[in-house]
Design a protein around this ligand. Structure first.
Ligand code: PMP
Length: 417
């Protein structure tokens, strides 16, 4: 394969190389080769600051939050609630009460489905999603539609994976009660024009949920400027721990919602005559939360605040362009999803090799990618493929990772071509 096309310089002052030193997991050999970690859309690696913050919490401050007055509980509560302030600042939320801690994006979307929409939903109402959503932004709505006799409407994408905005506009009608879209597609890297989508939906008085799982660590997000009604994301895709995430909701909407889980911490009073709910955001945080996870998510957010996310976006996009230029020279390789301005996500199929085999050979070369349907089976169906191999970049990836990917694909071609 000719490398000429791959020799596009990544024109950015952003120093991924310097960042790598903060991520211990990146510094290892896999199958005798330096690790090229290109599975960031599934989960990102963690910087030392996040690992240390979690370990320090368990080593020194471990206690339950909110209900005790002893020193350790005070420290735990301060760190846990401090993370809420950090998260609110990071995404531009007007008030800290608008940040609800969840188990992740999936949990947050289900909370909106069950707590916001379920009590209001009537037979014949319509929920609008795009054709390339993650299953967690399809199935919770589908379940509601089944239980309430509502209808899921699907806005199509074109052959590049770009959303058909005119079709979306036509789908928003008098029966629409929610528009739910991802800001960035995990399967294709398409960046949906969420600002336009929100403006369009609001013109019809329809609230919008934005799934930000693939955006918050790859481009700047400000929920107040966007005027999003709900915005969800997961810590583990933004350099934080698994099992924790955020539901941002506009205060008035969160206030109008019913709690979905009952238990400790979410109540104000309990008697056998009935219970009353705690104030926001606690009415949605029943039980002992993932304290260490939230504190770790706070540390991850501080890490992100230290980055220029515009530069991160340009860096990842440039890496993807460099990789795609090299990939286009490989016979029989088809890139799935070529939306202009997409993030650093490349899905592809090879004529002569099953995605699983591509991923296995790449792994032998130390290159970590993901194969399968990426929890986006309708997106796969749209492009007529059962599965793809996906390489996804983060701020710490370099040209060396791209070159390792291209060398790995050369190997696939020579073995299976
Ligand atoms: N939405 C998108 C766009 C995603 O990429 C993912 C994770 N792959 C999710 C939702 C679900 O996130 P989680 O599994 O962390 O709940």
């Amino acid at each position: 394969m000719s490398r000429a096309e791959a020799d596009i310089p990544v024109a950015t002052a952003f120093s991924a190389q310097a960042l790598r030193a903060q991520f211990p997991a990146l510094d290892q050999q896999v199958n005798g080769k330096p690790l090229a970690y290109l599975d960031n859309a599934a989960t990102t690696q963690k910087p030392r600051a996040v690992i240390d913050r979690i370990s320090d919490y368990y080593a020194r401050d471990n206690a339950n939050v909110h209900r005790a007055i002893h020193e350790l509980s005070r420290r735990a509560t301060e760190a846990y609630e401090g993370a809420r302030d950090t998260l609110a600042r990071f995404i531009g939320a007007g008030r800290r009460e608008e940040i609800v801690f969840t188990r992740g994006t999936t949990d947050a979307i289900n909370l909106v489905a069950q707590g916001y929409l379920a009590p209001r939903l009537k037979a014949g109402d319509e929920i609008v999603v795009s054709e390339i959503e993650h299953h967690s932004n399809i199935v919770p709505w589908q379940m509601l539609c089944e239980s309430h006799g509502a209808i899921l409407r699907v806005a199509p994408v074109d052959d590049r994976g770009v959303l058909d905005l005119a079709a979306l506009q036509r789908l928003i009608g008098p029966r629409t009660v929610m528009v739910a879209v991802g800001q960035v597609s995990n399967a294709l890297g398409t960046v949906h024009p969420v600002q336009q989508i929100i403006d369009m939906a609001h013109a019809a008085d329809v609230p919008v949920l934005v799934d930000g799982a693939q955006s918050v660590s790859h481009l700047p997000v400000d929920v107040s400027t966007l005027n999003a009604d709900f915005f969800c994301f997961s810590a583990h895709k933004m350099f934080g721990p698994t099992g924790t995430g955020v539901l941002y909701g506009r205060e008035a909407l969160l206030d109008s919602m019913s709690p979905v889980q009952g238990g400790g911490d979410m109540i104000e009073t309990v008697s056998f005559q009935g219970s009353t709910w705690n104030s926001l955001p606690y009415k949605f945080e029943a039980g002992t939360p993932n304290i260490a996870g939230v504190i770790g998510m706070g540390a991850a957010t501080e890490f992100l605040e230290g980055l220029d996310l515009e530069a991160v976006y340009r860096h990842e996009h440039a890496l993807a362009e460099r990789a795609e230029a090299g990939m286009r020279a490989i016979p029989g390789l088809r890139i799935i999803g070529e939306a202009p301005g997409k993030t650093g996500i490349i899905s592809f199929v090879m004529q002569t090799a099953h995605a699983q085999d591509v991923g296995t050979i790449l792994d032998q070369m130390g290159v970590a990618t993901r194969t399968g349907h990426h929890c986006a089976m309708p997106a796969m169906a749209r492009f007529g493929v059962p599965a793809t191999t996906r390489a996804s970049f983060a701020c710490y990836n370099t040209e060396a990772d791209v070159d390792a990917l291209l060398a790995g694909l050369d190997k696939v071609s020579s073995l299976l071509g």
